[in-house]
Design a protein around this ligand. Sequence first.
Ligand code: GAL
Length: 246
Amino acid sequence: MAFLQLFHNPQIPFDGAITGGLQDGKIIIVTGRVLPGADSICTRDSLETSVITERTILLTVNGCHLMDYKHRIPFNTVDTISVGGKVEVFTIQSSFMPAFPLQPGFPYPGFPPAMPTVPYKGVISGGLHPGRTIIIQGIVSPNASRFHVNLDFHNGTALHYNPRFHENTVVRNTRVGEQLGSEERSGGMPFHRGQPFTLIICCEADMFRIVVNGDQTHDYKHRYTPLQQVDTLEISGDVSLTSVLL
Ligand code: GAL
């Protein structure tokens, strides 16, 4: 998916320009969490995910189709997204779906995107670089023992991020060839059995900054620095996925 625009941790209420305005095939993805006591949230142009088509705005929440909303005004006059209410927002991003033929009615071929399956493997095109953000949404299995998220290069893993439920901790490590490094285990355990989560891994110049459900829970200083060689995301273990944005 071609990435166009990203707002990080915007202050709510939020108003932001949609670069190029709404266009046929544009997707707007808002990730965040509803705060306690909320009775409603409104996003004037999107809820969680909107795909704009010639006829409708297709709304999905947590990867599931919620409703179609027929355009009442020419959609190409819409140039701003607003988000308000008792909600914490991690990211707002817009991108384009790959081209697909429009047909009357829903679903359209190729939409909604298939739910990612576990074990998951995805290519990070061009590899990592500072500023690159990976967003993973999923649900921990009810009887989970462990799962992991790996950022891999050709013969190793730059970041092994491994929530372990029996140990109530997240183990982080790096592997080069057969050689595992020393584990990092400090920080909290933000994952819970049976619960949904949003995991954001921000690649920065010196470290990975890791945000879970809006809290920065861990950081991990780079041990493998040819970042552009880190080109594969792999997720495995006791988890299901609702969306992965690379
Ligand atoms: C090992 C475990 C591996 C990996 C590693 C992290 O004990 O077998 O799967 O999690 O710890 O250091």
